[in-house]
Write a protein that binds this ligand. Structure first.
Ligand code: SF4
Ligand code: SF4
Length: 263
């Protein structure tokens, strides 16, 4: 089963207890690192490209493929398994994960999954976060005695930082549940993918095109996104919301008209 399409049968909260231990001596060690579909988040790509000394484009070209979500038509980057019978993750060896401290958010959460539901609250729609367990037959970790709450597991796996950086982007994902959500045309899909994942290309687009002549972006933001990938992830979400016409997250400059045809 993939790490991204697990069926949720029961919903749990942060204080839910469970027993689990994953360690080098366990007989299933690394068995979970093959033949899986791991959806990458923007921050996963930032961490992994830095770890591997690559640009975002190089990383995505070598280690990912694009899968378009059926409901939302959002293009997602998926970690590419090796192209052989075992379909192992390119980063796994007998010694474990070679990018462990920069592994993707989904690998950190495992065997816990996280979901979000939009439901009606008294002041409008509210988001409800919930958790579930991914119990796969090959995983013996649940037979171990170490006890966790979902909260202590999250802390141990350092997922808070990933969630914090990816939060707004994940909010965009939620839109696939909205009825009447229009499909993205190919041009918008390209923009969505670039501003989500291919951040080096996005930065080049901002600084080497008429982008800053067209959009009124304050100097502080311009300074930050020039060098800081996390800031660029947040700005990317603003840009996607603008492109998808979800929110007027960007303002046009008064004289933008003369540049727009060149954009
Ligand atoms: S990135 Fe690391 S933890 Fe994740 S599937 Fe690959 S080897 Fe396993
Ligand atoms: S299958 Fe479960 S216990 Fe075994 S290495 Fe993977 S996560 Fe750890």
């Amino acid at each position: 089963m993939s790490k991204m399409d697990s069926v949720v049968t029961e919903k749990y909260t942060l204080d839910t207890k469970f027993k689990f231990r994953c360690h080098k001596g366990i007989k299933c060690f690394t068995h979970c690192c093959s033949n899986i579909e791991i959806l990458l988040t923007p921050y996963d790509v930032v961490r992994l490209k830095k770890r591997l000394g690559m640009t975002s484009g190089e990383f995505l070209g070598k280690y990912s493929y694009v899968k378009t979500d059926e409901k939302s038509s959002h293009p997602h980057a998926i970690l590419k398994m090796n192209d052989d019978q075992e379909r192992k993750c390119p980063f796994v060896t007998d010694e474990g994960c070679t990018v462990y401290t920069d592994r993707p958010a989904n690998c950190r959460y495992y065997p816990v999954g996280q979901g979000t539901l939009k439901k009606d609250g008294k002041d409008g729609p509210v988001e409800e976060e919930f958790y579930f367990f991914i119990k796969e037959p090959h995983c013996y970790g649940f037979h171990e005695k170490q006890e966790w709450t979902i909260e202590s597991w999250r802390k141990d796996q350092e997922v808070d930082l990933y969630d914090r950086v990816n939060r707004d982007w994940k909010g965009l994902q939620l839109r696939k549940n909205l009825i009447g959500q229009p499909e993205l045309d190919p041009q918008k899909q390209t923009q969505f993918y670039m501003a989500s994942y291919d951040l080096d290309k996005f930065r080049e687009f901002i600084f080497n095109s008429n982008f800053l002549n067209i959009f009124d972006i304050d100097d502080e933001t311009v300074g930050k996104i020039k060098t800081d990938d996390v800031e660029l992830i947040h700005f990317g979400v603003r840009y996607i919301k603008y492109v998808m016409m979800i929110e007027e997250t960007l303002k046009l400059k008064q004289d933008s008209g003369k540049y727009r045809k060149d954009k």
